[in-house]
Design a protein around this ligand. Structure first.
Ligand code: HEC
Ligand code: HEC
Ligand code: HEC
Ligand code: HEC
Length: 212
């Protein structure tokens, strides 16, 4: 009896650890330890994005290490029916764009040579480097002064968005890249590809915000 219990507990531990092992940077699309032509930093998995000592103090800190985008001004999404305006990308969206606009190479960070591969063309969100007009708006307020906007789910702290509440994924009240995507892959492939925070089959993620 006791042996069975120990076996069951041991099995639970193994399954638990194995489950966790797939849900992290290591081995994910954001693990560059095998794909970058490293010169000196020997495959540290955090370093392309964060370092314990860095000079990029302007990029909302979080010890950001990757070289910033070369784009001075983007063409943001624009439409006559938006409540708020999607202005220049701000917050953590700028961090994603430092690779995903396709102007800075993956290995462009202190200690590395730079000038290596860019993200693949199909993953370059700012087509042509600065063009965000065809992408879901970012860096605008989720709810621009309108609790009365009945086209949107109101971000009360009780409304769930995947493993978080909706207001937890809206830093400063804004929609950013990291609202929909989980850059560290902590959820693994639970929600399919693209590191989504929420399963988008049957457009489930869209409907978590849009009342349509
Ligand atoms: C591909 C780039 C990338 C890599 C690699 C990466 N991070 Fe991050 N990290 C980010 C971005 C972008 C944010 C901001 C995320 C957000 O706004 O949700 C962030 C936020 C954080 C934060 C603060 C917010 C939080 O989620 O707790 C910590 C701590 C952190 N990362 C630690 C790490 C560690 C440790 C590693 C290596 C194991 C790592 N990151 C690898 C891009 C990266
Ligand atoms: C409103 C939610 C949302 C926001 C905000 C968002 N994405 Fe996405 N993204 C998605 C979904 C959903 C997909 C899955 C592909 C699809 O359905 O077209 C995706 C796909 C992608 C892909 C795969 C290539 C592609 O075009 O399909 C990349 C790379 C990406 N997003 C990066 C970003 C970056 C960088 C930002 C910020 C500039 C961002 N995303 C903002 C929802 C979002
Ligand atoms: C240091 C550069 C870098 C940064 C910073 C970065 N990415 Fe990526 N990302 C990549 C590369 C390179 C790939 C493609 C890896 C591959 O397929 O080999 C990728 C892949 C992706 C994909 C495709 C996932 C899939 O399943 O195909 C998404 C979505 C994505 N990134 C979103 C983001 C978001 C959102 C941020 C910011 C929160 C971000 N990335 C920050 C370099 C970066
Ligand atoms: C985290 C919440 C959130 C998610 C998830 C989300 N959206 Fe949005 N979306 C918004 C907000 C907020 C706006 C801006 C609304 C406004 O200001 O009128 C917006 C704007 C839009 C617009 C432009 C509306 C206009 O008036 O120009 C379209 C179209 C749209 N979203 C479609 C989608 C689709 C399709 C998905 C799923 C792939 C999706 N959204 C996922 C929050 C979200």
């Amino acid at each position: 009896m006791k042996k069975t219990l120990i076996l069951v507990v041991a099995l639970m531990f193994v399954v638990g650890v194995a489950g966790m092992a797939s849900a992290q940077i290591s081995g994910s699309v954001h693990d560059f330890s095998g794909s970058i032509a490293w010169s000196v930093t020997t495959g540290e998995i955090c370093k392309p994005c964060h370092a314990p000592h860095t000079t990029n103090v302007d990029l909302d800190s979080i010890l950001w290490n990757h070289d910033p985008s070369l784009v001075a001004a983007y063409q943001p999404y624009a439409s006559s029916t938006m409540n708020d305006t999607a202005g220049q990308p701000d917050g953590h969206s700028k961090l994603c764009l430092s690779c995903h606009d396709g102007t800075v190479s993956i290995n462009a960070f202190p200690g590395e040579a730079g000038g290596g591969a860019m993200v693949a063309g199909s993953l370059q969100i700012a087509k042509g480097g600065d063009d965000l007009r065809g992408q879901h708006p970012i860096s605008m307020l989720y709810d621009a002064g309108a609790t009365s906007d009945d086209n949107l789910v109101y971000p009360a702290s009780s409304v769930l968005f995947g493993a978080n509440t909706l207001d937890q994924v809206l830093p400063g009240g804004k929609v950013q890249c990291s609202t929909c995507h989980d850059v560290h892959n902590t959820l693994g492939e639970t929600n399919g590809a693209f590191l989504l925070r929420l399963d988008n089959s049957a457009s489930g993620m869209c409907l978590a915000c849009h009342v349509k």
